[in-house]
Design a protein around this ligand. Structure first.
Ligand SMILES: CC(C)(COP(=O)(O)OP(=O)(O)OC[C@H]1O[C@@H](n2cnc3c(N)ncnc32)[C@H](O)[C@@H]1OP(=O)(O)O)[C@@H](O)C(=O)NCCC(=O)NCCS
Length: 248
């Protein structure tokens, strides 16, 4: 299935996972969640990459999710921009000899539906081996306590602001392709689906994610601050956004 809403997007398959992992690692390192959740990514970049690959693989195989990728013409400079060891490692793991005009995945979005949603099973491309989703993976790059704090606060916010609603679970675009409308194309897909079905959408967003959502007409319901500690004295601030075309 393909959708063309600004920039072209298509459903992801498990074959896309290595490139998706790279795009996620390249983009998420600029999110304000990064230092809070992955303070040891420089030391254990292979764990960061593996966790993104597994998370997206599980989402691709999960019947109640829709994983969309945006594609763009490969920019040779993407492998030579400022980046730390994580991205160096990612590039060495998936050699990318893309010809100049080749389209590559530059962004990815994961939508997660409630388990009783009519959407379950509808947005699944053919995947090999009928594999079932596996377990999540938290590597040596993470601060587990900080991740648990985020999970707990996010769960509470979800129950309060968008219970039982489809959730925009992850959105990321490789920095070399920012501000070209890729994030918008992928998020608008879910907004169109919500409009058709008169649904509310929700998301827990980073500072950049909130900027994208607000630009697309989502509301900011709350801003949540997690108190800092010795490792991250400033703590973490993130947002809760919802979208409903009938609101206001
Ligand atoms: C957030 C993100 C996905 C946006 O992707 P993108 O493809 O650059 O987004 P778009 O080009 O569709 O942006 C559409 C509009 O959103 C707003 N916007 C997007 N990124 C913004 C930013 N960093 N700062 C302020 N506004 C921003 C702008 O209004 C923009 O329109 P404009 O370019 O005409 O000004 C990307 O910056 C990213 O991957 N960030 C790091 C990971 C992250 O934080 N993800 C969000 C998790 S909730």
């Amino acid at each position: 299935m393909n959708a063309f809403i600004g920039s072209p997007i298509r459903l992801a398959t498990v074959h896309d996972v290595p490139r998706i992992g790279l795009v996620a690692a390249a983009g998420f390192q600029y999110s304000n969640f990064w230092d809070w959740e992955r303070p040891y990514a420089d030391k254990y970049p292979e764990d960061t990459l593996k966790s993104y690959c597994l998370s997206f693989k599980n989402l691709i195989l999960n019947p109640c999710s829709a994983v969309w990728v945006a594609e763009d013409t490969y920019d040779e400079k993407e492998a030579h921009g400022p980046r730390h060891s994580l991205i160096e490692s990612a590039y060495s793991q998936i050699s990318l000899d893309a010809p100049k005009d080749q389209k590559v995945i530059v962004g990815v979005t994961a939508w997660v539906f409630p388990s009783d949603s009519d959407h379950c099973g509808k947005f699944k491309p053919d995947n090999p081996n009928n594999e079932a989703p596996g377990r999540g993976f938290r590597g040596r790059d993470t601060n587990s306590k900080h991740m648990d704090m985020v999970d707990e606060a996010a769960e509470e916010a979800t129950k309060k602001y968008f219970p039982g609603c489809p959730e925009l679970s992850m959105t990321v675009v490789h920095p070399s392709y920012w501000r070209r409308g890729h994030g918008s194309s992928m998020v608008k897909w879910g907004m169109d689906l919500a409009k058709e079905n008169n649904e509310t959408l929700g998301t827990i967003s980073s500072t950049m994610g909130n900027a994208l959502c607000e630009a697309l007409g989502w509301s900011r319901e709350d801003t949540i601050h997690l108190e800092g500690d010795d490792e991250a004295p400033d703590g973490l601030t993130f947002n809760v956004n919802t979208y409903n075309k009938n609101k206001d």
